[in-house]
Structures are given as structure tokens and as C-alpha cells.
Ligand binder design. Structure first.
Ligand code: HEC
Ligand code: HEC
Length: 233
């Protein structure tokens, strides 16, 4: 589902603007369920926002990533489900693989080895571009102590921590963390766990760099997994 791939990281699973990303944004994402939105947002305006973005905010233009048809469908979906509040449309149920979403990615191989539920081609928020090398250095200095140099969650400090640091090479991580999700997770941390909210101590660029590194080094990594994904071939 396009919404969950591209939008929910900021606008929230329920379209109400509550998400883990909000803490890292200076302008808050629109709450589609508010009275203001009911008054102001029609399908046209939503489509325009997706196409052109909102200058000076985290709402970037999706023109290069989504086809016109996708944008139209997405605008209708947002309008129906959140603005008008038609709850018959599935909100949290796992999305069925949508074959149409592959058109712009060319990543069929990834989609096949993951659940095809999350679009692994989704970029970072705010138009940020992560630098893999700088991200790697940052990762080793700040993350490896918990998540392990190999991203397997077995860093030296992991032993003392509960819940355990996330393994980025586990199948479940590989099928659910795209760049946006990593960025949001790094930025917001996890309340009640040892995972810090890095937005308090780092810049968006550093978070983008490390998200890019984790994504490429662990999530997308091509090394054979010991899991069913490889056994199947
Ligand atoms: C990285 C965060 C982020 C992502 C991802 C994001 N948005 Fe937004 N969005 C925002 C912010 C911030 C605003 C508020 C901008 C403003 O107030 O001008 C906004 C505003 C909007 C608006 C209201 C525009 C208006 O005319 O007032 C719509 C509609 C919208 N987003 C739709 C979407 C859709 C659909 C997606 C997925 C393709 C999406 N957004 C992805 C952050 C995001
Ligand atoms: C002090 C230990 C510690 C450090 C340092 C740390 N993490 Fe974590 N991280 C955790 C723990 C514990 C969890 C698991 C939280 C849970 O299961 O809910 C986690 C979870 C995550 C997640 C998944 C969040 C989710 O939604 O499940 C990501 C992504 C992540 N960390 C990235 C990083 C990155 C990148 C760094 C370095 C910038 C980092 N972490 C540094 C302990 C740490």
C-alpha cells in the first residue's frame, strides 16, 4: 500500500499526523482527520501536495517517485480513508503486494526476497541524501556498541540490555526497514528501551548518513541469509 510505504512515517498509520517522525520535523505533518483538513483538503489539493510538495517543509515532491496514476490513487485513498474517515478501508492490516508499485523501482528481486509490503526504494525524508561512508564511521562510533559491527544486534553492550538491540540482518528487519523508517527510528528512539532518540544529539544529516549506512550495509546486504529466503532457492 503506497500510503504505508511513503506517507505513514510522517502522517501516521491512522492519518492523524501522529508518527515517530514528528519529533524530527519543524513543521508538523498534516492531520488528515482534523476538521481543518475536512474543510480544506479535496482530492485535487491532496494530489497537488503529493506532486509538488510543500516548500520549506518535510513534505517533499513525490513526482519523480510516483506515477500520475499512483498519485491519483493515493490522493483518493487519503481523502476517503482519513479525511472523510471511511474506516471500511483497511488501515493496519498488512497490505497485499501491489504489483503496480514496482513500476518505478525496478527492484523486483528485493520485493521477492522481502514481503513486498514496504517499498525499499523509498528515500529519506526532507530531501536528505545519506552518505554511506560517513554513516559507516558514525555507526561504528555510536551504534555498534549495541547493534554490533555486523548489524546483528550482538554488540558488546547488548548482553546487558533488555529488550535486546534490534538485529538489522534478521528477515523481519530486512522486510520492514526502508530508509524512511530507519531515519524515523534513529531520530525518535524507542521509549522504554535503551534506544536513544538521536535527534536530540545529532544533525538530520548525520541521521541520514547512518540510516543510509544501515540500509545498504545490513538491510539490503546481499550475503546469503541463513533463513528461509535463501533456502527457497
Ligand atoms: C517526511 C515527512 C512527510 C512525508 C513522508 C509525507 N509528508 Fe505530507 N506533509 C508533511 C508535512 C510536514 C506537511 C505540512 C506542510 C505544511 O504545513 O505546509 C505535510 C502536508 C501534507 C498535505 C497537506 C498539504 C496542504 O495542501 O495543506 C497532504 C495532502 C500530504 N502531506 C500528503 C502526503 C502524502 C499522500 C504522503 C505520501 C506520499 C506524504 N504526505 C508524505 C510531511 C510529510
Ligand atoms: C545503548 C544501546 C543502543 C545504541 C547505542 C543504539 N541502539 Fe538502536 N536499539 C537499541 C535497542 C535496545 C533497540 C530495540 C528496541 C525495541 O526492541 O523496541 C534498538 C532499536 C533500533 C532500531 C529499530 C527501532 C524499531 O522501530 O524497532 C533501529 C533502526 C536502531 N535501533 C538504529 C540505531 C542506530 C542507527 C544507532 C546509532 C546511531 C543505534 N540504534 C544506537 C539499542 C541501542
Amino acid at each position: 500500500m503506497l500510503y504505508h510505504n511513503y506517507c505513514s512515517v510522517c502522517h501516521g498509520d491512522k492519518g492523524d499526523g501522529r508518527s515517530r517522525a514528528t519529533g524530527s520535523l519543524s513543521t508538523l505533518p498534516r492531520d488528515f482527520t482534523s476538521a481543518d483538513s475536512k474543510r480544506e483538503l479535496n482530492v485535487e489539493r491532496i494530489a497537488a501536495a503529493i506532486t509538488h510538495g510543500r516548500p520549506g517543509t518535510a513534505m517533499v515532491s513525490w513526482k519523480t517517485q510516483l506515477s500520475e496514476t499512483d498519485i491519483r490513487l493515493l490522493a483518493e485513498h487519503v481523502h476517503q480513508t482519513y479525511v472523510l474517515g471511511d474506516s471500511r478501508v483497511q488501515v493496519t492490516a498488512p497490505a497485499a503486494p501491489i504489483s503496480g508499485t514496482k513500476a518505478h523501482g525496478g527492484r523486483e528481486a528485493d520485493a521477492a526476497s522481502t514481503s513486498a509490503q514496504v517499498d525499499m526504494t523509498a528515500g529519506l525524508p526532507n530531501g536528505l541524501k545519506g552518505d554511506f561512508k560517513r554513516g559507516g564511521a558514525f555507526y561504528l562510533a555510536n551504534c555498534a556498541t549495541c547493534h554490533g559491527a555486523r548489524g546483528d544486534g550482538a554488540g558488546p553492550r547488548a548482553y546487558f540490555i533488555n529488550p535486546k538491540p534490534r538485529s538489522f540482518v534478521a528477515d523481519v528487519s530486512r522486510s520492514s526497514f526502508n530508509r524512511l523508517a530507519l531515519y524515523a527510528a534513529v531520530s525518535e528512539g524507542r521509549l522504554g528501551t535503551e534506544m536513544p532518540a538521536w535527534s536530540k544529539v545529532t544533525t538530520p544529516q548525520q541521521m541520514a548518513d547512518v540510516a543510509e549506512y544501515v540500509f545498504q550495509a545490513f538491510i539490503l546486504a546481499r550475503q546469503p541469509l541463513a533463513g528461509p529466503a535463501t533456502a527457497a532457492r
